[in-house]
Ligand binder design. Structure first.
Ligand SMILES: Oc1cc(-c2ccc(F)cc2)cc2cccnc12
Ligand SMILES: [Mg+2]
Length: 214
């Protein structure tokens, strides 16, 4: 049977990247998406903004919602201080299977805990399962209608502290209007929009960075 796009992306990484070299994995995926097949990775333009926010926050606790093939997981994990791990949630088992292999190819498997399941199911379990009290940095990059319910769940579960940074992909395309309205109007967040483009295209998109004020 025909391979899937994530499987073809993995093959491109195995062919063109150097094992244990995260930057070469990132470059191989971007090359594949620019020259072979578009795929919904955060991409190089928005990825550079992600890099700058992660570097600025220098988080000790990190959560990613929406692993897909692990592109942003690799981008984030390569910047974390030694001993710091990130938790990434992926609902789709086929995506998770490819992501594990791409993360391992980059040599970052010891810095990543990939959990298969839905954010709504897993967020309430994180404290007890992973011994985490609050997150310093959260990257939202899953289904756009889940952004708002999930940020409310973070608040209800006490997973945010004064200064926690949430960065959301695709707030313009495909768009998360209810999430944007919430973080931009809530007195509990300081929000800022980073204009960019939908990965590998000229279409407008951007990232929304929201700091929890406590
Ligand atoms: O970065 C993303 C982009 C898109 C997307 C798909 C088709 C389009 F025509 C435009 C945008 C979907 C995502 C779903 C989940 C996480 N990220 C996504
Ligand atoms: Mg995205």
């Amino acid at each position: 049977t025909r391979s899937t796009r994530p499987q073809r992306m993995l093959k491109a990484v195995q062919k063109n990247a150097t094992k244990g070299n995260p930057q070469s994995v990132i470059s191989a995926i971007d090359y594949f998406c620019k020259n072979s097949e578009w795929a919904m990775n955060v991409g190089d333009e928005k990825g550079s903004i992600l890099d700058s926010v992660v570097t600025e926050v220098n988080p000790s606790t990190v959560l990613e919602l929406g692993t897909y093939c692990g592109y942003s997981t690799v981008r984030i994990a390569r910047l974390l201080s030694p001993g710091t791990k990130l938790i990434t949630l992926e609902f789709n088992p086929a995506y998770a299977a490819v992501a594990r292999q791409i993360i391992a190819y980059a040599g970052l498997q010891d810095k990543v805990t990939l959990v298969e399941g839905s954010s709504g199911e897993w967020i309430p379990q994180i404290k007890e399962r992973f011994g985490i009290t609050t997150f310093d940095f959260i990257f939202l990059d899953h289904w756009k209608d889940q952004y708002l319910p999930d940020i409310k769940l973070f608040e209800e579960c006490g997973l945010l502290r004064k200064g926690s940074v949430l960065l959301a992909d695709n707030v313009i395309c495909p768009g998360a209007p209810d999430y944007l309205e919430y973080v931009r109007n809530s007195p509990r967040y300081e929000s800022r929009y980073y204009p960019a483009h939908l990965e590998y295209t000229k279409l407008e998109d951007g990232l929304e960075k929201s700091v929890f004020l406590g």
